[in-house]
Design a protein around this ligand. Structure first.
Ligand SMILES: NC(=O)c1ccc[n+]([C@@H]2O[C@H](COP(=O)([O-])OP(=O)(O)OC[C@H]3O[C@@H](n4cnc5c(N)ncnc54)[C@H](O)[C@@H]3O)[C@@H](O)[C@H]2O)c1
Length: 375
């Protein structure tokens, strides 16, 4: 058994989920690695209480404390503007890296940090956690096995109403200097990665972005600030494989707390998935009896479905968001156990960041952008 000392940077929403996943993963899954929650670092000293509540041995407000000899893994969970620099520092100090999405503010920043990662030959991972949902792992298998034939179209909605109220004050997520962008950097990037993973590489994009609520109270509510990030971002894409796609992402989708839906249509069948009906995949196969055909609702909770072996033996007990992070951490540790590069990793992060950059340019210049233009 190998004990791996873990340092987390950023004790916010994702700090809570990642530390939960590190704590619980050995309970459900067999691993020869035991992660130890060694230190939580957050610039806000009031986070000390949460750090101890989550089970950390130590709390610090000094980032230098994660780059000490006794730390094996650095988990980066801060606002986006700190990611690329922390990736570089972690790599220079020989740490295994896991980072939240997006890996950087811009493609250039992402590329620079990858140079350092390569130079120092460290293992790395990015938390594109939708890949780790059992239903999406099943969808991947269905497509790869050719069940729905040649993929024609991809359509995804990523609709949140978290910022639909004009009285909601700004936070780092709404200020470009901290986030890099709005709905696109926050939401779209997840599904750019998923599209790259499920369908294949994106070749070109045509996008629109808009800030509907142009002024908000600052986070301390003392001033009014001008919002320079997109509330809404949509794009059309061409995939290298010939498929076409539509992405619709919003943080002002009035009435929908979170509504992610996915539709993939192919020459022999189609797949639909709805985040709020997480544990089902709707599958249509043309080869089935045409007189009685239609979408069938398939449970994704069988014992031999991806990740389900770790849980309750009776099928039907499902999962939601927390499981994505647990599965991500499980795969991450499993890869470290085998001394293999985790998947997804920062190279996938870089690919997604490249498409994101094309989306931003397309919206700005009101034209189709080929991904090869981005360098
Ligand atoms: N994969 C997902 O599903 C998912 C979901 C939400 C957020 N995220 C990503 O996770 C990251 C964090 O998001 P969040 O929702 O947890 O944000 P958050 O605002 O809840 O937490 C961020 C934390 O970082 C701390 N912080 C800020 N500056 C710091 C610094 N210089 N040094 C140390 N700590 C600092 C803050 O005090 C705060 O506690 C973002 O990159 C975001 O895009 C991913």
């Amino acid at each position: 058994v190998r004990v791996l000392n873990i340092a987390l940077i950023g004790c916010g929403a994702m700090g809570k989920y990642h530390s939960y996943a590190f704590k619980i993963v050995n309970h459900f899954f067999d691993l020869s690695i035991i992660p130890k929650l060694k230190i939580m670092v957050d610039s806000d000293p009031s986070k000390e209480k949460e750090a101890f509540q989550y089970g950390f041995e130590k709390f610090s407000t000094n980032i230098k404390d994660v780059f000490t000899d006794n730390i094996d893994v650095v988990d980066i969970l801060t606002p986006n503007y700190l990611h690329a620099d922390l990736i570089k520092k972690a790599a220079q100090n020989g740490k295994i890296i896991i980072c939240e999405k997006p890996m950087a503010m811009t493609y250039k920043e992402a590329k620079d940090s990858i140079i350092e990662v390569k130079k120092n030959n460290v293992l790395h991972c990015i938390n594109f956690n939708y890949r780790k949902a059992t239903p999406l792992a099943i969808i991947k298998n269905i497509i790869d096995e050719g069940e729905i034939g040649k993929v024609y179209t991809w359509k995804v909605d990523i609709l949140l109403d978290s910022l639909s109220c004009k009285d909601t004050p700004a936070s780092w997520r709404l200020e470009k200097k901290f986030s890099g962008g709005g709905a696109s950097h926050d939401l779209l990037i997840h599904f750019i990665d998923l599209a790259n993973y499920l369908i294949g590489k994106i070749e070109s994009v045509a996008s629109v972005e808009k800030t509907f609520i142009e002024r908000r109270k600052s986070s301390d509510k003392k001033n009014t600030i001008i919002i320079d990030t997109d509330d809404y971002s949509a794009c059309l894409v061409n995939f290298n494989c010939g498929a076409l796609g539509i992405f619709d992402s919003s943080r002002i989708a009035t009435g929908d707390r979170i509504q992610n839906t996915l539709e993939i249509r192919g020459s022999e069948g189609a797949i639909k998935w709805d985040y709020q009906k997480f544990n089902f995949v709707n599958l249509y196969l043309q080869k089935d009896n045409y007189k009685l055909n239609g979408f069938k609702k398939v449970y994704t909770t069988e014992n031999d479905h991806p990740y389900m072996h770790g849980y309750y033996k009776f099928p039907g007990h499902g999962h939601h968001y927390n499981s994505l992070i647990v599965h991500q951490i499980y795969d991450f540790l499993k890869a470290i156990e085998k001394n293999q590069m985790p998947s997804p990793n920062l190279y996938d992060g870089l690919e997604a960041q490249k498409v994101l950059e094309a989306v931003k340019i397309s919206a700005q210049e009101k034209r189709w952008v080929n991904i090869n233009e981005i360098d």
